[in-house]
Write a protein that binds this ligand. Sequence first.
Ligand SMILES: [Zn+2]
Length: 93
Amino acid sequence: MERASGGRRPVDDARVAAVLRLLGEGRPKTRIAEHVGISVGSVKRIAKGQHVSQAEDAEPRLVRCGGCGGMVKLPCIACELRDGPGVTDQAET
Ligand SMILES: [Zn+2]
C-alpha cells in the first residue's frame, strides 16, 4: 500500500490513532514514524494536533450552521457579517 509519490501524503485515521497511542507511551517520534510508516514530520504534526486528515485534505468540511442554517465552514462568515465583529453572547459566559 506504499505510494512512492513523495511530497505530502494524508495520514489516515488509523495511523493517527496509532501515533497518538505510541506518543502516549512515550516512544521516540523517529521510532513511531518507522513503526507506523509515515514521516517524522507527520508524527510531529500529529503530536501538535496539526495533522491534515484525508477528509480535510480533500475538501473543507462543511457543517450545518446553527445561526443561518446553511452548510458552511465554521466560523460562519455569513453570521459573522450579519452579527458584526466583536459581538459576544453574554449568556454564553
Ligand atoms: Zn451562519
